[in-house]
Design a protein around this ligand. Structure first.
Ligand code: URA
Length: 429
């Protein structure tokens, strides 16, 4: 087998054989295929695609590159969710303890933010003392004792994806549907969950800008999960506007705790409950009532135990950025658009995100929204507050917000976009 013939085959629009796929993934993981060769192959895949059989084999080869976890000894059924990433997407934080409070075990292996989308681990690390890195034994202990664990995926899980994802990130090849689907699903299948709910984001703040692309990604992932014996369902959800009223690490933890306390923004509560119902259904817990678990404080109890079990202090004050800048409404009227991408880039530039994997993030940085599309606002009233420890970044963040919102004359009617756009389950297509 030689890598140049594999690259040429895909470059010329051909189908890769199972043997070629197994070999190239294994050889890349071992360092025999160089980064520049894998970049060329990733670009050929982005340009020419892969068929169903190729995607299935590519995913299986990435799973086989590392270890598989096994939760079968747990006393509860497992349920997991994965989001393709968005702005203000803090849903994992209230969702994991909520679903655990309803009787499932939730092993949530999460990532850090890169670019304009935030990462769950960065958010939780703003809680003083909280640790993302757990051994497999510690992870199982937290899961068994509290019902939920949110932690970093160990190095042994799909190492081929770890290498390939970092490479795609710097070679403009993240947005290929076969590569996104196989990347996400290899990790989820290797993790060993019994059921999986995918939150596939659509809109300016998401990888998938159109419903058609999101539908194709969702259907591909649902097919892959189902073929590997994981009960998999996908919801297509709106990411044209940020979720909730905050984008930034500690700001989002605060909002998540509000949801667990029975309050919080309506869209965050709606999506948390919709995903919780899907997860409980997929785990076979059809009679559970997540709305009750939010209202009666049982989800909050699990949150507190889960944070404490990972060294965090659920009562500690969250970090606050040193400087603020308020953006006011230039005129009175109805806010008809608040662009998720613009807000995400602004939060990132303020220090909430990172440009390179090794960069630090600021816990308190981010953007707070004072209005959502559909709200009437008065000229001069606060629209957004920017938070940062590095005020020299304000101008750069404000540039990202130029043209990011529209105000229509007072009284203009506004049709809200639904939070959940579509549901995709097996059989698909
Ligand atoms: N998240 C992943 O884990 N992989 C991708 O390719 C994109 C989003």
């Amino acid at each position: 087998m030689d890598v140049i013939s594999v690259i040429r085959a895909k470059r010329d629009g051909g189908e890769l054989s199972p043997e070629q796929i197994d070999w190239v993934i294994d050889a890349y993981t071992r360092g025999e295929v160089a980064d520049e060769q894998m970049s060329a192959l990733a670009m050929a895949i982005l340009l020419n695609g892969m068929n169903r059989a190729e995607i299935a084999r590519w995913t299986a080869a990435m799973i086989a590159s590392g270890e598989r976890m096994d939760f079968s000894a747990l006393s509860r059924p497992t349920a997991d969710k994965h989001s393709t990433g968005g702005v203000g997407d803090k849903i994992t934080l209230p969702l994991a303890p909520l679903v655990a409070a309803c009787g499932a075990a939730v092993p949530q292996l999460s990532g850090r933010g890169l670019g304009h989308t935030g990462g769950t681990l960065d958010k939780l690390e703003s809680i003083p003392g909280w640790r993302a890195l757990l051994s497999n034994t510690e992870m199982l202990d937290v899961l068994e004792s509290t019902g939920a664990v949110i932690c970093a995926a160990g190095d042994g899980l799909a190492p081929a994806d770890r290498k390939l994802y970092a490479l795609r990130d710097v070679t403009g090849t993240v947005e290929a549907i076969p590569l996104i689907a196989s990347s996400i699903m290899s990790k989820k299948i290797a993790e060993g969950t019994g059921s999986l709910v995918l939150d596939v984001k659509v809109g300016s703040g998401a990888f998938m800008k159109t419903v058609e692309d999101a539908r194709e990604l969702a259907a591909t992932m649902v097919g892959l999960g189902t073929d590997h014996g994981v009960r998999t369902v996908a919801l297509l959800t709106d990411m044209s506007t940020p979720l909730g009223l905050t984008a930034g690490n500690a700001l989002e933890v605060r909002e998540s705790v509000e949801v667990l306390a029975g309050g919080g923004p309506a869209d965050v509560v709606e999506l948390t409950l919709a995903l919780a119902r899907e997860m409980l259904d997929a785990a076979g817990l059809k009679d559970a009532d997540p709305a009750k678990a939010l209202a009666d404080g049982s989800a909050m109890d699990v949150w507190r135990r889960m944070i404490a079990a990972q060294g965090g202090d659920p009562d500690a004050a969250l970090p606050v950025a040193r400087e603020r800048h308020v953006v006011t409404a230039p005129s009175s009227g109805v806010l008809t658009r608040l662009d998720a991408y613009g807000v995400g880039v602004a939060a990132w530039r303020l220090g909430a995100g990172r440009a390179r994997k090794e960069d630090p993030v600021q816990a308190g940085a981010g953007v707070e929204l004072h209005a959502r599309p559909g709200d009437e606002i008065t000229a001069g009233r606060p629209l957004l507050t920017l938070h940062t420890d590095t005020p020299e970044k304000f101008d750069y963040a404000l540039e990202a917000l130029e043209g990011a919102y529209d105000l229509a004359p007072s009284g203009t009617s506004y049709r809200p976009t639904p939070v959940v756009l579509e549901r995709i389950s097996y059989p698909v297509g």
